[in-house]
Design a protein around this ligand. Sequence first.
Ligand SMILES: [Zn+2]
Length: 377
Amino acid sequence: MGDINRKLLVVFVDAFGADQLQRLEGLLGSLPNRKPLRGIVGYTSAALPTILTGEPPSVHGRMCLFSAHEGPGNSVLQPLRWLGLLPRFVHERRRVRRIAELLLSKAAGLTGYVALHRVPPEHFHWLDLPERDDMFNAETVGGARTFLSDARSAGLSVYSSPWQTPEPTRWEQALSSLRTHSPDLTFLYCAELDAVMHREGNRGPEAPDVMQRIVQNIDRAREELMRGGADLTTIVVGDHGMADVHTDVDPSDVLTRLPNMRVFVDSTMMRFWGDNHQLDRARLEIERADLPGQWLDHRMLKEREVPAERYGRAILMLKEGAIFSPSFLGGHVAGMHGYDLATPSAKAALASDKPIPAGCDSLASIAKMIREQLGLT
Ligand SMILES: [Zn+2]
């Protein structure tokens, strides 16, 4: 960076979307430059790699927590098939799943985010976990370099908050670290807003308090980094917004009618693998069941820069505000995201204390802005 007194703070706030940006207006006094951003198709497991690398999901290959297992050898999930020997009411217990997640992470050396949710164990053999490594410390995500690894390679000092640590501890650790070592690049991670809005929707009683707490913590981090007169640039970025859930869709009938097909039921998507004949059959069953959503075929998935094949040869994308309940990820919640690109909840948000460059209008353009700011291009 040449000038040793320039510092960059990037704060990733899960579920800081265009709608949340409007509601936060009054709180974001220190970050007067704001912009909604075009999002991506998929969940945080897709958006975060796009923010970190500047590449779309079709390049970094991440979209959902679970993909189809490809290539030779057994799936990393294969050893967990023993869960299927337990009765469902036991193997679906959060505590049982947590133990399985820890055993799997240890046995397979996984440092990424592992969450088995309610995926039925009989599907483990054909499924895979794309997120194997801790993205904040990995050199690349799906072969694409992150701005964090670029900064480290360039010899800049970098602090990235450990996402594994519970929220309040993570903030306290970050703030106390910034007090003693002021790095060139600070990357903070915050998941609390997403969690509370899943639980109570957009207009619940807790969200305003959470937002206020996040903004206070950001301001505290800014204070620490500006100590000694550093020229600080702050970038707060989200990955998507949140839609209030108004419709629960039960996928059971459709699944029963497609017994020999590989189908994965995410919260907002039903993903299908099979030959054209099987896909036609699946589409017909969806139409018969009158599920509220849009069928995305191979061409439409490519248009949306979705990693082809790995996450389904075709996808039924529910309309915004509907969720599968039950799904392989869980059941009813008050708020959800992960809908098609044009929906309001798919829009992310950006706020900064410095003017936002004109071309910065999508999640994929954030990494470029950060790299330029750090003098890495
Ligand atoms: Zn979420």
